[in-house]
Design a protein around this ligand. Structure first.
Ligand SMILES: C[S@@+](CC[C@H](N)C(=O)[O-])C[C@H]1O[C@@H](n2cnc3c(N)ncnc32)[C@H](O)[C@@H]1O
Length: 255
């Protein structure tokens, strides 16, 4: 993939920071994940939400649990929005933000009860994240991540080609679960995000922002290219949605 310039980042932030979420997901699905994980909602927990974006999952977790949450993202602009939203939701005292890359997290060994990461671990690769973050969890701690996943054993060539180039680590759920087992986790739950998490929760609201985004940025060539890339991704999803989704993986640290 072509390296992004500062300009590209500024534009991507501009398009995405007004979104309730920056990737496919849903509040009901976050809560379903909590239920799958069988988390005791009254227990005091230390959680890191890695690649939290503007905080869709962070704020919900803060509302539903008795937790102190470190919201980690590479982009300070997203964390600033998250902080405002946490204030409005009355949960700011339960959340601290950390602008940091997920490949150099500053946690100490066995510091966390839960690592939560929705639609973000692909930035360093699923296996690398699973392996490297494991030491931050207490024994018996929970790992929760959503990760792009094949829903079927074989796929149409156009789709296969796109993802082989965009994210070669994409695989079926059984392969992702094997990765968890290999790195000291006992898998306790999996489900695939339903279509509305892509279309209603993520793509449609983004499409509704395209026009204002282009106007704000003088319809520059780079801004138009960003919209075109997002639209191509949406078209690909709509054509092939029976073959692909985010899988949500829940696992307990065994060692
Ligand atoms: C697809 S978005 C998902 C955001 C959020 N979890 C959600 O579901 O709405 C991926 C997030 O990962 C963040 N990110 C990208 N690379 C990162 C890195 N190396 N370290 C930490 N965060 C990163 C992006 O800024 C973005 O907020």
């Amino acid at each position: 993939m072509k390296d992004k310039t500062m300009d590209d980042y500024t534009l991507l932030i501009d398009l995405h920071k007004q979104g309730y979420r920056q990737g496919p997901g849903g509040d009901a699905e976050t809560e379903l994940t909590l239920n799958l994980a069988m988390i005791d909602r009254a227990a005091p927990l230390k959680i890191a939400d890695v690649g939290c974006g503007t905080g869709a999952s962070t704020i919900l977790l803060a509302r539903l649990l008795n937790a102190q949450i470190t919201a980690v993202d590479l982009l300070q602009d997203f964390l600033d929005v998250l902080s405002e939203r946490a204030e409005s939701a009355g949960v700011a005292d339960r959340i601290s933000t950390l602008a940091c890359s997920m490949d150099s997290l500053p946690f100490t060994n066995e510091q966390l009860d839960v690592i939560w990461s929705e639609g973000a671990i692909y930035n360093i690769g699923f296996e690398k994240g699973v392996a490297e973050w494991q030491r931050f969890l207490k024994a018996g701690g929970l790992f929760v991540a959503s990760e792009i996943t094949w829903l079927t054993d074989s796929r149409p060539p156009e789709l296969q080609k796109h993802w082989d180039s965009a994210y070669p680590e994409i695989d079926v759920a059984s392969a992702k679960i094997k990765v968890l087992e290999k790195h000291g986790y006992s898998p306790i739950g999996y489900f695939a995000l339903p279509e509305h998490c892509w279309l209603d929760e993520y793509y449609r609201p983004m499409q509704a922002r395209f026009e204002d985004f282009l106007n704000r940025n003088g319809s520059s060539e780079k801004a138009r290219e960003i919209v075109a890339v997002e639209q191509r991704e949406i078209d690909l999803y709509e054509t092939y949605k029976t073959y692909i989704s985010y899988g949500v993986y829940v696992a307990r640290k065994t060692e």
